[in-house]
Design a protein around this ligand. Structure first.
Ligand code: GTP
Length: 429
């Protein structure tokens, strides 16, 4: 699958690190055996118990009747019943179902030089390593039979399990999640022999199981404008994500307005204007240092007047002064609610995946500052810290709406748990 290859290529640091680590573990105490036909089945004696999601630390808002949202452009086009982030919201007037969103544009080709017509490599006449192939018997050699393939397997014991746990912790999965994943992997398999590839497959399955419930597109409501508040620390990728989302919404036929709410940083405003131009979306700005809430109010008025489908509000990410930021965000919410008591309809927290475990504390902080309804993980390309997504899903259960895999406008993808798990572990399909 093209998407999987792309994600794998971009997540290569995570998957290759994990793969190398698994290989080292298996090689350490493993033995080479003929791969077939006596390949042992790594199935457990009984199915492992499903992983219970960690108890979310906030009480989820009670679901209420809402009109069926349309999927966000980056999503797989399936209808999702969202949990309304604002419990007091009255049902909105449904509007006509628009045309199905445009398929996501193919991202720009990755700058990995492809070998041009490599010369055919002759089959080695001798095995590279003693583990890879066994010598055929005398008769086999005379008859020219092909050499049997071998595979290294290691018996799963306490030592090996401990090494697996350490490897998963090192991949930024967090201690609790790493222990849970390893325990599930080991259940019913103690004393059995496992190869690297088999562990990769099992691990991939466990991770996909954890990620499945959080892979949810950003819900779209029949509200005009649907207000999307975008929060996150400076540099996490808010501006870039707003630009990418705006471009995808535009491609899906939605009209979008962006408000440059970080009024204290001229560079941030300029950056957003650049992205607005790229996406073909107007960006409302205010003089440097002016009140972001007043800009949000004006933007709300403008978006209502223009009949815009979406209003995306960028915000400051200065965590140095938490109290100020909290007040700033609260004020933005207060003023936009004067125009629409249900706004913001989505509060997206943008997290930089390269910050590893730090992302966990950012979720905690921003959940206190704003009523976060979903996550966008950026910079998953080329990071060795992809495991943090598993920890986030396991610990908070917040929806992951999309992932950023590059700096280009179309480098935002829907989050697919299975593709992600395979890319992270290097498991083959
Ligand atoms: N590789 C990669 N880089 C990204 C991604 N998303 C954002 N970036 C880069 O990260 C840097 C910060 O992104 P911004 O969008 O400016 O982040 P911000 O949160 O708006 O930061 P401030 O403007 O400082 O508040 C920029 O250099 C982006 O190009 C991504 O998915 N992959």
């Amino acid at each position: 699958m093209a998407f999987l290859k792309k994600l794998k290529d971009r997540l290569f640091k995570s998957s290759s690190k994990l793969e190398e680590g698994l290989d080292a573990i298996v090689q350490e105490g493993g033995e080479a055996e003929v791969a077939e036909p006596s390949t042992p089945d790594p199935q457990p004696e009984k199915e492992p118990a499903p992983i219970p999601p960690a108890a979310p630390e906030t009480t989820a808002p009670a679901p209420e009747e809402v009109p069926e949202p349309e999927p966000m452009p980056v999503s797989v086009p399936e209808v999702e019943i969202p949990v309304d982030p604002t419990p007091s919201r009255p049902p909105a007037t449904p509007e006509e179902t628009p045309a199905a969103p445009e398929p996501m544009p193919e991202p720009a080709p990755i700058e990995v030089p492809q070998p041009v017509d490599p010369a055919p490599v002759p089959e080695p006449t001798t095995p590279d390593t003693p583990e890879e192939t066994a010598r055929p018997g005398f008769l086999g050699r005379i008859l020219g039979r092909s050499e049997p393939k071998t595979v290294v397997r290691r018996t799963l014991d306490d030592d090996m399990l401990e090494q697996l746990e350490e490897l998963l912790i090192a991949s930024d999965m967090g201690v609790d999640t790493a222990l849970r994943v390893s325990a599930n992997l080991a259940e019913g398999r103690f004393g059995k022999k496992l190869s690297t590839e088999e562990i990769q497959r099992l691990l991939s399955g466990e991770i996909a199981r954890i990620m499945e419930p959080v892979a949810k597109p950003m819900p779209l409501y029949a509200r005009k404008p649907q207000v999307v508040l975008v929060v996150g620390v400076n540099g996490s990728g808010k501006t870039t994500t707003i630009g990418k989302l705006a471009s995808q919404f535009r491609a899906a036929g939605k009209s979008v307005v962006i408000a440059a709410g970080d009024t204290f940083r001229a560079a941030a405003v300029e950056q957003l204007q650049v992205w607005g131009d790229r996406a073909g979306v107007p960006v409302l700005t205010a003089p440097e240092g002016s009140d972001p809430a007043s800009l949000a109010f004006d933007a709300m008025e403008q978006a209502q007047k223009d009949g815009a489908d979406l209003l995306m509000i960028d915000t400051a990410g200065r965590l140095q002064n938490r109290a100020d930021l909290m007040e700033e965000l609260a004020k933005i919410v207060r003023v936009i609610r004067k125009k629409d008591p249900d706004a913001p309809h989505n509060t997206l927290l943008v997290l930089d995946a390269t910050t590893g475990q730090n992302a966990l504390s950012q979720v905690e902080t921003f959940r206190d500052l704003a009523d976060v309804s979903g996550l966008v993980m950026t910079k998953l390309d080329g990071t060795a810290k992809g495991g943090v997504l598993v920890a986030l899903a396991d610990r908070f259960g917040l929806p992951i709406h999309a992932i950023g895999v590059g700096e280009q406008i179309d480098d935002l993808q829907a989050f697919d748990p299975e593709d992600f798990a395979q890319a992270l572990t290097g498991a083959s399909t």
